[in-house]
Design a protein around this ligand. Structure first.
Ligand code: MG
Length: 383
């Protein structure tokens, strides 16, 4: 991409020349620009490969057809890339953020994160978003010259979607925007919305596939019902997974087009000239129209009540809670069970108190586990 394709970027897109850059200076001898290298480093990381065996909603071993964190991340990246390209923004940066956004997720999805957060209550808490950043900054060990992946500032900025003020104060320049109420770059804003579009739609698909949701119920939501009518007019006989897919692809298309058009209009109104203008803008520019946002939120609420709170999903969540809590207490009681690198971290001097340091080492280890590895370790604790 480098110089020539950067000419296609808008002036308010992130590019390598106006980037805040990497923490550790690097010599580059490749044709790829810094953000393409970030994306490629993420793909080659250990944490990225492990996403294949981590829960999105269904525990990884429930079935081979459901989304995992890996396929979720790929779908997020697909949406992010097309929006970025259409708005003349930095596609490689958007893709890098999308691919990395869930690297810090625990096994067993949100139930796992909630359980680990409860375990870490007295030790600074656990938040998957912050853990994604910690994964790329510290936990990945692949390069001799620096810890982590040494990603560009804007990639790290996009990964850290939310942050409490307390945590932001410990993060230097990266935490500033949460304290100063500034906006992240537009590429980060795209990744955020792409995540929401991807999971709402693929959760409809997975919920239907599992038989936990049905078409009749989903037609209570406006977005689904509108697309159902369109598809049934075109193909009156269509049923089953083809019907589901024809509806879902149209919902994704509508959401993405609306996001692009509405964001383009926001950008025209705000008229930023640089990334700095984007950061200082009073509000985010990458947004759906109010009308589409309401439809999207309605669908999200429907999923919350009928899918995420479904007894079968809650049953998996209860199990996840038991596994994570057992592992956390087990390792904290006997740090010799940790692998060497985590054991070493647990006992190292640092800014944290000794107890917090030990708990953090345990949380890092557990957060990195796949569903099935956590399950295996759990069995060794209870047997
Ligand atoms: Mg996600």
């Amino acid at each position: 991409m480098s110089a020539s394709s950067q000419n296609y970027f808008a002036t308010y897109a992130v590019n390598t020349t106006q980037s805040i850059g990497r923490e550790f200076q690097e010599f580059s001898n490749t044709q790829r620009d810094a953000f393409q290298r970030d994306r490629d480093r993420i793909i080659h990381s250990n944490a990225f490969r492990r996403l294949m065996y981590k829960t999105q909603v269904f525990v990884n071993y429930e079935g081979d057809m459901y989304r995992t964190r890996l396929t979720h991340s790929l779908e997020v990246a697909q949406i992010g890339r097309s929006v970025a390209r259409n708005l003349n923004l930095n596609e490689a940066l958007t893709e890098a953020i999308c691919l990395a956004h869930d690297l810090g997720h625990t096994p067993f999805g949100h139930a796992g994160q909630d359980a680990l957060n409860t375990c870490m209550r007295d030790f600074g808490g656990f938040e998957h978003n912050l853990q994604s950043l910690r994964t790329v900054d510290v936990l990945e060990k692949r390069y001799a010259a620096f810890p982590g992946l040494n990603l560009m500032f804007e990639t790290r900025e996009g990964i850290l979607k939310h942050c409490s003020k307390r945590n932001a104060k410990t993060l230097g320049k990266l935490g500033e925007r949460f304290l100063l109420r500034e906006q992240p770059c537009l590429e980060a804003q795209i990744a955020d919305l792409s995540d929401a579009i991807a999971y709402n739609n693929h959760d409809v698909d997975d919920g239907l596939r599992a038989g936990l949701l049905n078409v009749k119920g989903l037609c209570e939501t406006q977005l689904f019902a509108e697309k159902f009518d369109v598809v049934k007019t075109l193909y009156p006989e269509l049923e089953g997974s083809l019907l589901h897919n024809e509806i879902i692809r149209r919902m994704i298309n509508d959401l993405v087009l609306d996001l692009q058009n509405n964001s383009a209009s926001n950008i025209r109104d705000e008229n930023p000239k640089s990334v700095q203008d984007v950061r200082l803008a009073p509000k985010k520019m990458i947004l759906m129209s109010t009308e589409m946002l309401l439809k999207h939120q309605e669908l999200k609420k429907y999923l919350f009540n009928n899918f995420y709170k479904h007894s079968k999903v809650l049953e998996m969540n209860n199990h996840a809670d038991k596994v994570i809590t057992t592992l956390f207490n087990g390792y904290l009681n006997d740090l010799t069970l940790l692998p060497a690198e985590h054991k070493q971290y647990a006992l190292n001097e640092s800014d944290l108190s000794a107890d917090n340091q030990k708990a953090r080492a345990v949380a890092d280890y557990i957060a990195g586990m796949t569903d099935r590895y956590a399950e295996q370790e759990y069995l060794s604790f209870i047997n």
